[in-house]
Design a protein around this ligand. Structure first.
Ligand code: SAM
Length: 258
């Protein structure tokens, strides 16, 4: 792996290494509402993933990719943490799937130009400060005509309140500088529970993808099952329905083509 020098990358790596160490491989994929919500979303692109070269960027434990592999896709996963690579390999072995996993940085991907026909980046681009560079790297390794889907946190009431418990940095002028100063300089990353993590406006995301050379097809609400375990059960349905409105979006997805 190429050297990583930036504070954001080192912090995210350190936090995720610990989080993946605690992650169990006993999750039942077929019954897990979060994994199933990702899979339903991906099935809109291909019912069968036969011979599609699929790159999972910032794969973590590659739960969804294991379903892509079982559906015929050629899966490659890359993650900054060694633990995600180890656990993904174990998961694929356990499920009898084939996949290739490598430790690497979104900012300097260990792949050649035009290698993949589909890139899935689910909640990973926000963990590097230079998202611009990460998107350029994704563009480089995607085949012409290939599709990239990026799921990313959005600046909204949800991220400006609930996500502050984990230390989300809103990518909004002045607020971003203030939050970076507070979290990185003053608190030395103590409250950045998942590492350096930022949220974007849909307009910023569109511009970042366009500038990297992509054609942007959609920037829209990402229909993920959103865990809100701390809210009383009788109130959860209402909260889930609110999340569909732009003001409350926790996440959006960008669909872009090279
Ligand atoms: C929120 S998890 C998402 C994991 C997986 N994509 C999913 O949807 O479950 C973020 C992942 O991004 C990885 N990550 C963070 N910074 C990275 C970087 N600079 N290069 C590669 N992976 C990175 C973390 O190690 C972690 O596995």
């Amino acid at each position: 792996m190429k050297p990583i020098a930036t504070t954001d990358v080192l912090l995210s790596k350190m936090r995720w290494e610990g989080l993946h160490k605690k992650e169990s491989l006993d999750r039942v994929i077929e019954k897990d509402p979060t994994i199933q919500s990702y899979w339903r979303f991906l099935l809109k692109y291909h019912r069968k993933w036969n011979s599609i070269s699929f790159l999972d960027l910032g794969c973590g434990v590659a739960w969804v990719s294991s379903l892509v592999a079982q559906s015929g896709g050629h899966v490659t996963g890359v993650d900054i943490t060694k633990e995600a690579v180890i656990k993904s390999k174990q998961l694929f072995k356990k499920r009898g799937s084939r996949g290739f996993f490598v430790q690497g940085n979104l900012l300097a991907l260990p792949f050649r130009e035009n290698e993949f026909s589909f890139i899935w980046s689910c909640m990973s681009l926000e963990y590097v400060r230079s998202t611009k560079k990460a998107i350029k790297e994704a563009y480089r390794v995607l085949k012409p005509g290939g599709t990239m889907i990026a799921v990313v946190p959005v600046v909204s009431l949800t991220t400006l309140t609930y996500h502050q418990l984990r230390g989300d940095i809103p990518n909004v002028p002045i607020l971003r500088q203030l939050m970076e100063w507070f979290h990185l300089k003053w608190m030395s990353g103590k409250y950045l529970h998942y590492g350096y993590e930022q949220s974007f406006t849909p307009g910023q995301l569109r511009q970042l993808f366009l500038k990297a050379g992509f054609t942007v097809k959609t920037v829209a609400y990402f229909p993920m099952y959103y865990p809100i375990a701390f809210i009383p059960k009788w109130f959860r349905r209402f909260i889930q329905s609110l999340l569909k409105y732009r003001l409350f979006w926790p996440l959006c997805y960008v669909e872009a083509v090279k």
